[in-house]
Design a protein around this ligand. Structure first.
Ligand code: JB3
Length: 217
């Protein structure tokens, strides 16, 4: 990673998970494997899965974080560990500073890649040479982000999706399970690319596409 990026293996940092469901399970395990110390969870469920599995206290709800005055995080590092892109965007706006980047130890992230704060990169994912990941992006299990790709803030590249070289994806976009984006393609902000789609043309902001080749729907 380039200078100024976070080191993936920070030792003994306290980490608060925002979200306690399925995505949090995956994030929590990756964090523990990367030597983070988990100190609690915010989730609306009374007994979130991640609390049960890892013996973590529930420290508050997501609804409370979204309402009222902006909550103080008091220097504790936090990570958006839920999949809902709308809720993630609202939380990212409200929780200033100290977002933790979690890179699974079996992810491959090129030293030349730029990785912003709050990013998650899952097991067996590949982020290749000179790629750039915006704040709170999710590169999920076994996804591939090829050379010089740009992935915008809070965009989720779902498990098994592949971005060819020089692909640009905007902010708050979902690239579905196993989708393929041809080299050089641009996908805008707030888009949805359906699972298994093959994208061979640029996708404008706010557009949903699916199929092979991908078309708006
Ligand atoms: O497909 C994969 C590999 N992962 C998926 C992940 C990216 O997204 C996973 O299978 C799920 O589809 C989803 O995981 P997530 O976000 O952990 O799932 P879920 O249990 O639905 O949501 C976790 C928590 O987010 C909930 O317990 C709520 O606390 C919170 N949440 C989600 N939507 C919400 C809302 N909270 C509020 N207040 N309002 C919402 O609309």
């Amino acid at each position: 990673m380039s200078p100024g990026n976070e080191h993936p293996h920070q030792v003994s940092c306290q980490l608060l998970l925002i979200g306690g469901g399925g995505h949090a399970l995956v994030v929590a395990e990756a964090a523990l494997l990367s030597d983070w110390v988990l100190c609690g969870v915010h989730d609306d469920a009374d007994a979130p899965s991640v609390c049960n599995m890892f013996g973590l206290p529930r420290r508050g709800t997501i609804s409370a974080l979204l309402s009222g005055p902006a909550p103080a995080t008091d220097g504790v590092r936090w990570h958006l560990a839920l999949g809902n892109l709308q809720i993630r965007a609202r939380l990212a706006d409200r929780l200033a500073g100290d977002a933790a980047t979690i890179l699974h130890p079996r992810a491959s992230v090129a030293p030349s890649a730029r990785v912003a704060a709050g990013v998650f990169v899952g097991a067996m994912a590949v982020v290749h040479t000179a790629a750039s990941l915006g704040p709170h992006a999710i590169i999920n299990t076994s996804a591939v982000v090829e050379h010089e790709c740009v992935v915008g803030a809070n965009t989720h590249v779902a498990p098994g999706a592949v971005l060819g070289g020089n692909v640009r994806v905007g902010a708050h976009t979902l690239i579905g399970l196993g989708a393929r984006l041809a080299p050089g393609i641009a996908v805008g902000d707030g888009c949805v690319v359906g699972a298994g789609a093959v994208v061979v043309r640029d996708v404008p902001d706010g557009t949903r596409v699916r199929g092979v080749p991908a078309r708006p729907f």
